[in-house]
Design a protein around this ligand. Sequence first.
Ligand SMILES: [Zn+2]
Length: 409
Amino acid sequence: MNSPKRWPYCERPNAVDLNSVLGRLRLTLNRDRLIETARALIAVPSPTGQAGAVLDRAAEMLQSDGLSVSRVAAGHDPAPAVVARMDSGRPGRTLQFDGHLDTVHLPFCPPKLEGDRLCGSGASDMKSGVAAAIEAMRMLRSSGLLTRGAILLTLHDLHEAPWGRGEQLDRMIVEGIVGDAVLLPEPFCEHLPIAGRGAATWKVILRRNGLPVHEVHRPADQPSVIAAGAELVRHLQTLDDQLKHQVHPVAGRPSVFIGQFHSGEIYNQFPQEAMLEGTRRWLPGTDRQAVEAEMRQFFAKLACDHGVEADVEFRLIRDAFSLDLDSPLVTKFQQAYSAVVGRPLPTGPKPFVDDGNSFWALAQIAAITHGPRAGGQHTVDEWVSLEDLERVALIYAVTAWLFCNQETA
Ligand SMILES: [Zn+2]
């Protein structure tokens, strides 16, 4: 017969337990170590596709922390992903912390402290958030509070579009390198994102036979690619008008958007090509393959009707996202957030797509995007609030304690 479970193994920790755990975790939070970790990650340039060196740096740090670390290429040999595990040695749930260490392709800015702010490439998106997740693992280890289950930390490349589209993480998810739920420390903390649209880019090149020629030599039987493009714009606007009637209470409406339309070189040359590109967004519950098929069919019909050829590219960014509010992750995260901040985090839409969408779309794993107050994402002026980084480390550690210390996996 098992002996009765006692604190800290109880399944439903009461408020006293939680406050005491919070106190113990606060004592183990090391601000200098957290800042140094973020600085060390920012200091290694890592444009998308070339994040190998920073992943090596992260792996070294985690190994010197005594964590079990392995590397998996997951289809991207130049920058194998980092898979680190902290296991209690007892059965329980596994909480995954996941982050990308690649940054957008902009000039490199080294780490720099400015008051409460840490600046530099990836300071906001999302090396500092990753540092907070690492600090949470260190806090759990030195406090001895992870008594069941495990923490899985995954760090990878190929996040930022258009240079990457999450291929490396997708492969890891498909290969089963996942936890029972995921926290992603992307720089977003305004609300708890519970639903978001999927997104893809589309590009169509309308082409007529023959070469570009002076307008006076225009063959009488040749269609105008500009006129076909203009018709396409009109049809896409009609499609967008129809889509606005499908409204999700949180995620909003699906859309088709045109961002570019180019054709011709000079005023009196009869052009050969017209290029249009934009995005298509859809709601949770929509079959993304059906969306792609519909768009391809749409472009093919337009081309046929106007006697032009259409080269179509349709590329998924991320599928749509939904979060089950009754999932243990949400309950435990909100308990942790309330303990640290004093109130639960209000819910709202996910206005962007991120890797949480992939966990949901590919494996139906609950994923919460929550990170530090930060700014300047995708610019050369990235910053993160250091005080807020400490808050994130604390919330991650408390959530892990609440989520993992359960008998059931
Ligand atoms: Zn990011």
